[in-house]
Ligand binder design. Sequence first.
Ligand code: HEC
Ligand code: HEC
Ligand code: HEC
Length: 106
Amino acid sequence: MKLMRSLLILLLFSFFLSNSFAESTLNYKFTKTYQNSAGAVTFSHERHALVYAKDCAHCHSALKIFGGEVNDLFAHNFCKQCHLDTSTGGPTDCVGCHNKKEAFPQ
Ligand code: HEC
Ligand code: HEC
Ligand code: HEC
């Protein structure tokens, strides 16, 4: 009985912890710019999370497989694939994602 009770308390406590953790990290309304040799790419996480994608896991489980950070492999395959697939579109040509002025400086 005593063991059951401590297990229950532990369970409740970890539930509380994970909940407050989720809340404090749920800052998904941000935009991030990726500087690179082909011209900066500005990614609106807010628009993608709220409007363009159906769920968070769609990207986040894939992101995990790519080591947790956006690199060119992830961008040119996973990101671009969705732009090709989705009925609403999204840029698939280089300068659709990359800043044109930086990509082709005059
Ligand atoms: C279109 C793909 C995509 C979708 C959809 C998406 N995310 Fe993300 N998210 C990313 C990428 C990529 C990053 C990494 C940004 C970086 O640091 O380079 C990220 C980062 C984050 C971060 C910041 C993590 C940190 O280390 O600062 C949070 C929080 C987050 N996402 C929450 C969410 C939530 C909540 C949802 C759903 C409502 C969501 N995301 C939907 C792609 C996505
Ligand atoms: C769930 C599918 C999906 C994924 C995954 C996705 N995008 Fe998009 N993206 C879209 C859609 C839909 C649009 C908007 C198309 C429109 O309205 O013109 C868009 C638009 C964009 C734009 C144009 C500016 C804007 O915000 O409208 C950029 C740049 C962009 N995405 C970059 C990225 C990058 C970088 C990633 C990966 C980290 C990514 N996208 C992943 C669906 C996606
Ligand atoms: C869906 C958006 C998207 C499209 C389309 C896209 N890129 Fe990128 N590209 C990115 C992102 C995001 C990064 C930055 C990744 C990072 O920060 O490591 C990147 C990085 C790069 C890099 C830098 C690689 C490095 O190792 O420094 C080059 C070069 C590049 N892209 C060229 C291109 C070319 C050429 C095209 C067209 C054939 C293209 N990209 C199309 C999003 C895109």
